[in-house]
Ligand binder design. Structure first.
Ligand SMILES: Cc1cc2nc3c(=O)[nH]c(=O)nc-3n(C[C@H](O)[C@H](O)[C@H](O)COP(=O)(O)O)c2cc1C
Length: 345
């Protein structure tokens, strides 16, 4: 029976344990979108702390696809070098690293061209987006493709498409934000079309043996919004384009309140897992090692993500290995003396 310290394999990627750091925007770059010293320190600390897979924060495939003016970017070749350095340093510390390719759509706060499937406002903090033309759609698909090639050149192990939290792909998937009358709007088969075309384009550049993931908002906390059943249906329409892993989140599509509690999204993940037959990353307010382990041991998900807990405690995995008595877990050589209580001189 697997537990959080069991290796996980998907395509050519082997992850040493089941603990994932999900994408978390750090808003620590600038207009250039380049990797800064902060990013190197931040991500390598989590790698030294034993995290199996680190997913780099939402990284914009187009300048107008940024959330803020401080997002990381992968919209031009000059950004590859910094990303490659980050990948190499995280690898040196024993973790695998993926990148979340993102387009903010109507949740772009940078006061550039704001685009979305339909001209609907999220809330007063944002501007009303312009309805995308076919030209815009083609440009976005191409941008995802070029970003995938850059991610390959930078050496990433994994790509995750950001299809959650009300950003551009999610805006197409959701009936609440997509009122298009063309082939990209209407029924689920049309709403998933942008994602399908993005996936196919990414797969032209991202080799078949490398895993490609998708983050979804499986529940929208809004009448008429997508449910785990709807989202699973759409994943099943697109997975043959080459999707290997689903990272199950929720919300962010509309500005409605979410009632959170430890494990609040796990049931959505388990449902998506059973309805799509794809492995899932699940999480949401996870903190306790026994609870994290229970999810894997009961097969409610294949991997768990720890977001804010890994911001609080980059050494969560090493500490969990002590608490769970997992002596065989390998610690960084420099920290080995902290593994047990016996003082070795
Ligand atoms: C500071 C911060 C930034 C985030 N940025 C992203 C992001 O870039 N992409 C994404 O998919 N989710 C993002 N999220 C959501 C997290 O990945 C995660 O789903 C959420 O925090 C819930 O997990 P937790 O309760 O373990 O923190 C962010 C969350 C936080 C706290």
């Amino acid at each position: 029976m697997p537990d959080i310290f069991t290796e996980f394999k998907v395509k050519d990627l082997s992850i040493k344990n089941r603990v994932v750091m999900p994408a978390m925007c750090m808003y620590s770059s600038d207009e250039s979108g380049q990797v800064r010293d902060f990013h190197l320190l931040h991500y390598t600390t989590r790698a030294m702390g034993g995290t199996g897979l680190i997913i780099l924060e939402a990284t914009a495939v187009e300048r107008r696809g940024r959330i803020s003016g401080n997002d990381l970017g992968i919209w031009e070749d000059s950004q590859i070098e910094g990303l490659k350095k980050l990948v190499d340093e995280v690898h040196r510390d024993g973790a695998k690293i993926g990148i979340q390719l993102a387009h903010a759509g109507r949740k772009n706060e940078t006061f550039e061209d704001v685009i979305a499937p339909s001209p609907l406002l999220f809330n007063l903090k944002y501007r009303t987006p312009r309805e995308m033309t076919q030209e815009d759609i083609t440009a976005v698909i191409e941008a995802f493709g070029r970003a995938a090639l850059r991610a390959l050149k930078a050496g990433f192990d994994y790509i995750e498409l950001h299809g959650a939290h009300g950003y551009l792909i999610n805006e197409f998937l959701s009936p609440v934000t997509n009122e298009r009358k063309d082939g990209y709007g209407g029924g689920a088969a049309n709403r998933v079309r942008l994602l399908k075309e993005v996936t196919a384009k990414v797969r032209e550049h991202w080799p078949e043996e490398k895993p490609l993931g998708l983050r979804v908002s499986a529940y929208e906390y809004e009448a008429g919004g997508n449910t785990p059943e709807d989202v699973s249906f759409m994943i099943n329409l697109v997975k043959d384009e080459g999707i290997d892993l689903i990272n199950v989140s929720s919300g962010g599509v509309v500005d409605s309140p979410i009632e959170v509690f430890p494990g609040y999204q796990i049931r959505y993940g388990t449902e998506v897992k059973s309805k799509t037959n794809l492995p899932v990353i699940v999480g949401g307010l996870l903190e306790h090692h026994h609870m994290a382990n229970e999810i894997i041991r009961n097969n409610r998900g294949d991997l768990i993500f720890l977001g804010r807990e890994l911001l609080r405690n980059p050494y969560w995995v090493l500490q969990a290995s002590r608490k769970l008595g997992m002596e065989e877990v390998v610690w960084p050589r420099q920290y080995e003396k902290a593994k047990g209580n016996k003082l070795m001189r």
